[in-house]
Design a protein around this ligand. Structure first.
Ligand SMILES: O=C(O)CCC(=O)C(=O)O
Ligand SMILES: [Fe+2]
Length: 339
């Protein structure tokens, strides 16, 4: 198996296990961690428990001003409310660099059908966004949230690294994320799940469509900003059991002022599986008459970073991301051929 094949296989297997489409419980399995309370040791203890058992947590007391998050959502909404052609013109897509505007295009190996969403992907690599910023004011709001997210993710990585990846020098992980460097891979993604009328929704649900099909993230860490009242995100509960009958989906509800954080495949690999990259998805609600907006920051090591671990073959972070992008491309190609 290639280095990323196992991670891709987990997603593809959902098509055949009952877990793929089951509905979610709302039982508070995802812990809320307040970064402003307690000593570093106490915080690490909570982060460690969440990162090794569920792979998801909601973070409060994180220090990112709400005004900065609100501004980014305002710009996002104004962008997505424009006609399709304008969005395509303002931010042309280039999948080879993971940048630009995408419309109902991403096909997950877990579903084989396109996510019911549009997104604007900003990859923080030198020149990648040239000619792809919708406007100066959009850029300024995006850069502010990108910088704040980058700092917060690095803080979390510094707290987790001594336990998770003890075989590398201090701050190896956080120092491998350099915004706007020549081989930077950190990404901030603006997402919009558009409303659908009742009849369309019914048909889509019947055919197995999702707002975002079940998947794990490719990153080290993902910080996800959600809006209260715009629910739908769910992650797998009790994922470590290995027993499908004990696994189920649980809600990751938007909490006012909180950021949902999850461990991605890259950090699971760095840590030889100690930290858990959990499956998650965004449900297409039966009443999909309202939009859902979210913003995801993916902390991804620079392309040239070599991920060396005790139990996995070494791979550069660049090759790792590329293989994951290709798996989604291949799912899309296969879908086209079947049509
Ligand atoms: O919109 C969301 O809540 C989830 C998005 C997500 O999981 C992703 O883009 O990887
Ligand atoms: Fe995700």
């Amino acid at each position: 198996m290639g280095a990323a094949d196992q991670d891709i296989a987990v997603e593809a297997s959902l098509k055949t296990t009952g877990l793929g489409s089951a509905s979610a419980k709302d039982d508070g399995v995802v812990p809320v961690i307040d970064l402003s309370q307690g000593t570093d040791e106490e915080i690490v203890e909570q982060l460690w428990k969440a990162a090794t058992q569920v792979g998801f947590f909601s973070l409060t007391g994180h220090g990112i001003p709400q005004s900065l998050i609100d501004k980014a959502f305002e710009e996002s909404q104004a962008f997505f409310e424009q006609p399709l052609e304008d969005k395509q013109k303002q931010s042309p897509v280039d999948m080879s660099i993971n940048c630009g505007f995408e419309y109902f295009a991403q096909v997950r190996p877990s579903t084989g059908v396109a996510d019911q969403k549009e997104s604007l992907q900003v990859t923080a690599r030198e020149k990648a966004m040239d000619g792809r910023w919708p406007s100066d004011h959009f850029e300024s709001a995006a850069q502010d949230l990108l910088n704040a997210s980058h700092a917060l993710a690095n803080k979390l990585l510094d707290l987790l690294q001594p336990l998770a990846v003890p075989h590398v020098a201090p701050q190896t992980l956080s120092k491998s994320h350099n915004l706007w460097s020549l081989d930077g891979q950190c990404t901030i993604r603006f997402l919009h799940y558009p409303p659908q009328d009742a009849e369309t929704t019914k048909a889509l649900l019947k055919e197995g469509y999702w707002r975002a099909g079940p998947h794990t993230d490719w990153a080290n860490l993902t910080l996800l900003y959600q809006r209260p009242g715009q629910a739908g995100l769910e992650c797998c509960a009790n994922p470590r059991t290995g027993n499908p009958s004990e696994m189920y989906w649980t809600k990751v509800n938007p909490v006012e002022g909180a950021i949902a954080v999850n461990i991605g495949d890259m950090l699971a690999r760095w840590s030889d599986g100690k930290l858990y990259s959990n499956l998650h998805r965004v449900r297409l609600p039966e009443d999909a008459s309202k939009s859902r907006y979210s913003i995801a920051y993916f902390a991804q090591s620079d392309k040239s970073t070599l991920i060396e671990t005790e139990n996995n073959p070494p791979i550069t972070a660049g090759d790792y991301i590329l293989s994951r992008i290709q798996s989604n491309f291949e799912a899309a190609k296969k879908k086209k051929q079947e049509a």
